[in-house]
Design a protein around this ligand. Structure first.
Ligand code: NAD
Length: 360
């Protein structure tokens, strides 16, 4: 069984399983006492909650569970207060370990709850979407959305361990599988041309095997863990590299009110945008954008926006991104496939000209 040890504030492992046999035995090692509080959503719970509860109960672990209606709309303060209400009424205390059983929405909410309830409970990430396995479950960012924006309230709070079991992917639909794949492609374009070539071969196949998924997830977690290890709280300019394609993506998600694109779908278009921008500035090697475009199409992404947006207003939204510094966007741009750099001082005119073409 593979394992990555992430040495952040407290070191913790990312453990890779491909079955449920030793799931509870592995998980048990990271509990304070034999008491867990599972947080999940309705879709995940319908497939897996009873199964996980039974596995834990077999180990004589006391289990309490809270399930909320699936969807990004639920990632808000109201759900947090609902969980607190349930937790206090059912006796969840600091002897309990919180288990985040679900995708990124569950992971972010459960992590946030764990970081503030009774001044902090230990928690374990059990990601069930590809996006959560390769990205959100690793690195300790937690949070909820408010009317003022996405992930506007949150904490850095690292789990005790991340338990990745690829069997969960069997019930995930193809759109959400592809959604996670955008972040996988992001790691390849950002850090490793060899991985990019491997992905190209995988996307040529009729279907992606479980072995391929295991390999893809392991490599992606290694890239993320490596960055988080060096820049846990995003203060050293390294963790921001993980935002390749994200400034454009966040703006696209905002102007479409989170209704048209899943995050990964917006990131795919965002990565292409910055590749094109970098090429036009002669920052990136020629054909970087066309090589990426081919891969994204092979992975099944639709790369058209299909609606007109005012480029000036869109640019304003991009500038409001959390990563901007005094109204200037710090772009993460590719030099070539496998190498990125963050760059201040990209001319507004260059961005606007490209936006006019993309958003027409
Ligand atoms: N904390 C971080 O570092 C970080 C990083 C990236 C994204 N995020 C957050 O992650 C969230 C998106 O995560 P997501 O894409 O996993 O969305 P999600 O959690 O909403 O899951 C997507 C859908 O799949 C369902 N689902 C989950 N696992 C399933 C399974 N195994 N089988 C069948 N259905 C399943 C869910 O119920 C949901 O309907 C966003 O809120 C984003 O802000 C956080």
């Amino acid at each position: 069984m593979k394992q990555i040890n992430l040495k952040v504030s407290h070191g913790y492992p990312i453990i890779f399983l491909n079955n449920f046999n030793d799931f509870s035995a592995r998980l048990k090692k990271y509990l304070i006492q034999k008491k867990v509080f599972i947080i999940s959503d309705t879709n995940v719970a319908a497939f897996y909650l009873r199964k996980i509860e039974q596995l834990l109960e077999k180990e004589k672990i006391d289990v309490k569970s809270f399930v909320f209606k699936a969807g990004e709309e639920r990632k808000n303060i109201k759900i947090l207060t609902d969980i607190v209400k349930y937790a206090t009424a059912s006796g969840v205390d600091r002897q309990h370990t919180v288990i985040a059983l679900g995708g990124g929405v569950v992971g972010d909410i459960a992590g946030f709850f764990a970081s503030v309830y009774m001044r902090g409970l230990k928690y374990i990430q059990v990601p069930t979407t590809l996006l959560a396995m390769v990205d959100s479950s690793v690195g300790g960012k937690t949070g909820v959305n408010t009317e003022s924006g996405k992930n506007i309230i949150g904490t850095f709070y690292q789990p005790q361990c991340v338990l990745i079991n690829t069997k969960f992917l069997q019930t995930l639909n193809s759109r959400h599988l592809r959604n996670g794949m955008a972040e996988v492609i992001k790691y390849a374009v950002s850090f490793d041309v060899k991985f990019f070539r491997e992905l190209n071969l995988i996307f040529e196949k009729e279907f992606i095997s479980e072995k391929d998924f295991e390999n893809i997830i392991y490599k992606s977690c290694s890239f993320k863990a490596d960055i988080v290890r060096k820049d846990e709280k995003e203060t050293k300019g390294l963790r921001e590299l993980l935002n390749f394609g994200h400034t454009f993506a966040h703006a696209l998600e905002t102007v479409t009110e989170y209704k048209e694109f899943l995050h990964g779908e917006a990131v795919a278009i965002g990565m292409l945008f910055v590749c094109e921008l970098a090429e036009r500035m002669s920052f990136a090697k020629k054909n970087t954008a066309s090589v990426l475009k081919e891969m994204l199409a092979a992975a099944g992404f639709c790369l058209n926006i299909n609606k007109k947006y005012d480029p000036v207003k869109f640019f304003e939204v991009m500038k409001r991104d959390k990563k901007s510094v005094s109204d200037k966007i710090k772009f993460v741009l590719p030099k070539q496939i496998g190498q990125i750099k963050s760059k201040m001082g990209v001319e507004d005119k260059a961005v606007l000209n490209l936006l006019k073409e993309v958003l027409k």
